[in-house]
Design a protein around this ligand. Structure first.
Ligand SMILES: [Zn+2]
Length: 191
């Protein structure tokens, strides 16, 4: 599924469905280059992310025996600053590295038709390489259903069950089943 390339990698990693699958593919299929794993955690509301994030990384290490990684966690105060920190980290580590994104296409019925360019639009085929081949997004043309099928096809359901997607968990760490991320996950699972 993913292309072979020889540069070291940066991956944006949230413990969600796509970034976990991408992390597993990178560590299992391209073990000879360094992988920087970047996680941004908003102190107040995203603290629950640390459990799935750590569980997924541990699972991938156990399965692949690949320890050629650095995990860099950036704690921020305000989730509106997420993009600013992504850019700071990207600039700090981009030289010579390919940055890998798990971004995927929206389900066909969840299109956003605003004037702004939506990178997750499922209309039209987009290149998996961006910014002069410094960014690689292998899932950009496939949606959550396809991603869930990749888990099944590659015998990774155990990994899938460690991932977490909800934006507004209840009781600390239970999926709310109401937010966009929960709805998309339901769509992916065919429920
Ligand atoms: Zn939710």
């Amino acid at each position: 599924m993913i292309k072979k390339f020889y540069e070291p990698k940066n991956i944006w990693f949230s413990g969600g469905v796509e970034s976990s699958l991408l992390l597993y593919f990178l560590l299992s299929q391209q073990p000879n280059t360094k992988t920087h794993i970047f996680t941004i955690v908003e102190r107040r509301t995203n603290y629950h992310m640390l459990r799935p994030v750590n569980n997924v990384i541990q699972w991938c290490i156990n399965k692949t025996s690949n320890l050629n990684i650095d995990h860099i966690i950036n704690y921020i105060e305000d989730k509106n600053e997420n993009e600013k920190y992504l850019e700071i980290m990207y600039n700090e580590y981009k030289n010579g590295y390919v940055t890998c994104f798990g971004v995927n296409a929206n389900p066909p019925h969840m299109q956003w038709d605003g004037p702004k360019y939506d990178p997750r639009s499922s209309k039209g085929k987009k290149s998996v390489w961006m910014h002069n081949k410094s960014i690689y997004a292998p899932f950009i043309n496939i949606d959550k259903k396809d991603i869930v099928n990749l888990y099944k096809k590659n015998n990774l359901v155990e990994l899938y069950n460690l991932t977490f997607t909800c934006d507004e968990p209840v009781a600390g760490n239970k999926p709310c089943k109401e937010c966009g991320a929960c709805k998309e996950r339901e769509y992916g699972e065919g429920r």
